[in-house]
Design a protein around this ligand. Structure first.
Ligand code: EPZ
Length: 429
């Protein structure tokens, strides 16, 4: 298994191109199931999760082709990909495929809306918490679907087409909002979703569906209205820049010091996180080319955060922020409200010398003046990258094991960081 070797201590300086967002690309790819036309997605990141979803969609009958690489751009950078679901050949998403990636459960929405049936494996548990699917089931039932859960599969049927309805999410869910928006686009009549997720990825999907002929308004607010249409067509849509990758590299610079331009990053996608990073002492400057992050050696100020749905501080940056706070001049409190078990990085950061105690859903981080490199591993994507950030600032060598987590969500991580002066390399085998 590959590992990442880091020798910490260098400041970062230069520029890092921000890739297309994984969490936007995945639902956009799934939207291709809604039409027999071709959905062209620009700026699709080259990541293990995207490859995995391509395989899952292929199983349902989606063809894909890749084009549009820029000159001198390496094969692994974000690309333009065409997805065409001319015929849906299978409405079952089997356990073997769905269990590898939770977002693949989301195919239930378009399959049901287009084909009147879907049989999708329950995604099962995952390292960051139990992550149930009750909101998907409730919401699809509100649109008139009959749903049974049997032998580990959700079997959804809507023989006479889904019908629009008002649905109030009892809890904000990104995935359930994506799924109900896709399903309601082909339903008969109007659907109103209340307490919907407001994440930028929801807006990207709504824009995509509208380009395909859907009638959606209000995406980005907590009330989304969808006027169902009879059919959708192909379209061409750009994947938004990855706000979590942007925040991750901004925190890396805030931790090591230096001066980096995050090329193509958009501040509006992560304003709450940028405000917090600025409070820690980094200088954040939006420019025409992206976001410039600078920090001198004056030390990192401690800041308390609480994760919450957009527009608040995102759970997907919580681990990285904890990495940054391990070297703050004082004590910070980090409270996780989205997932009940998203503190797997605490033990590993401790291996680098961090002082962190847990009290329920809050981590109390007592900043230390230095971290020391060590072998570490993590059980999820964002936790893994928090160890990379800490390793960049630690003295000596850090070896990050289980690199496949990083490959799920960070395009060309080593290349981007070493291009800014970090000593970081992948060790194969
Ligand atoms: C999306 O997951 C993201 N994944 C996650 O990013 C992100 O952490 C999460 O949203 C929150 O922002 C993708 O976009 C592919 P939710 P999702 O449904 O949609 C509970 C990463 O690292 N819930 O908004 O699965 C759930 O357990 C990943 O890139 C129910 O109770 O998250 C959680 O507590 C990790 N019942 C809360 O809602 C349901 O039916 C929010 O989850 C569905 C969710």
């Amino acid at each position: 298994m590959d590992r990442i070797r880091i020798v910490g201590g260098n400041e970062l300086s230069g520029s890092i191109p921000i890739s297309g967002a994984k969490n936007a690309a995945l639902p956009l790819m799934i939207a291709s199931l809604l039409t027999d036309g071709t959905l062209t997605l620009e700026n699709v990141p080259h990541l293990a999760d995207v490859e995995q979803l391509t395989r899952i969609l292929g199983n349902h009958g989606v063809d894909y082709s890749v084009n549009g690489r820029r000159p001198k751009q390496s094969e692994a950078y974000s690309r333009t990909v065409n997805f065409t679901a001319r015929n849906i050949v299978d409405t079952t998403a089997p356990y073997e495929l769905v269990s590898k990636m939770r977002a693949s459960f989301w195919v239930i929405g378009p399959l049901l809306a287009r084909m009147g049936e879907a049989r999708v494996s329950l995604p099962g548990g995952c390292a960051i918490g139990t992550r149930p699917v009750d909101l998907f089931i409730d919401g699809l039932q509100a649109l008139g679907a009959g749903i049974d859960v049997e032998n580990g599969y959700v079997i959804a049927k809507a023989k006479n087409r889904l019908r629009g309805n008002r649905y109030v999410f009892p809890k904000v869910s990104v995935g359930a909002t994506h799924v109900l928006m896709m399903a309601a686009s082909l339903a008969r009549g109007e659907t109103v979703l209340e307490n919907a997720a407001r994440e930028p990825e929801i807006v990207n999907l709504a824009d995509c569906l509208n380009a395909m002929g859907a009638k959606i308004s209000g995406a980005g607010t907590s009330t989304i209205t969808i006027d169902g249409v009879d059919q959708l067509s192909g379209a061409s849509v750009r994947v938004i820049p990855d706000r979590i990758e942007t925040g991750t590299y901004a925190m890396a610079v805030a931790m090591t010091g230096g001066d980096v331009l995050l090329e193509g990053a958009e501040p509006d996608l992560l304003q709450a996180a940028l405000d917090v990073i600025a409070q820690t002492g980094a200088e954040i400057t939006p420019t025409n080319a992206g976001i410039r992050v600078r920090r001198n050696g004056a030390g990192i100020a401690p800041v308390d955060i609480t994760t919450a749905p957009f527009p608040a501080f995102p759970t997907d940056l919580q681990a990285q922020f904890m990495g940054l706070m391990t070297m703050a001049k004082g004590k910070s409190h980090i409270t996780e409200t989205i997932f009940e078990n998203r503190f797997m990085h605490v033990q590993e950061l401790a291996r680098l010398g961090a002082h962190i105690t847990l009290s329920g859903q809050t981590a109390i981080v007592e900043g230390v003046s230095k971290l020391k490199g060590a072998p570490v591993m993590a059980t999820d994507l964002r936790a893994s990258v928090s160890l990379v950030i800490a390793g960049l600032a630690a003295e000596g060598e850090t070896l990050v094991n289980r690199v496949y987590h990083l490959d799920r969500g960070f395009e060309r991580l080593e290349e981007k960081l070493s291009g800014c002066g970090a000593v970081i390399e992948r060790i194969s085998g």
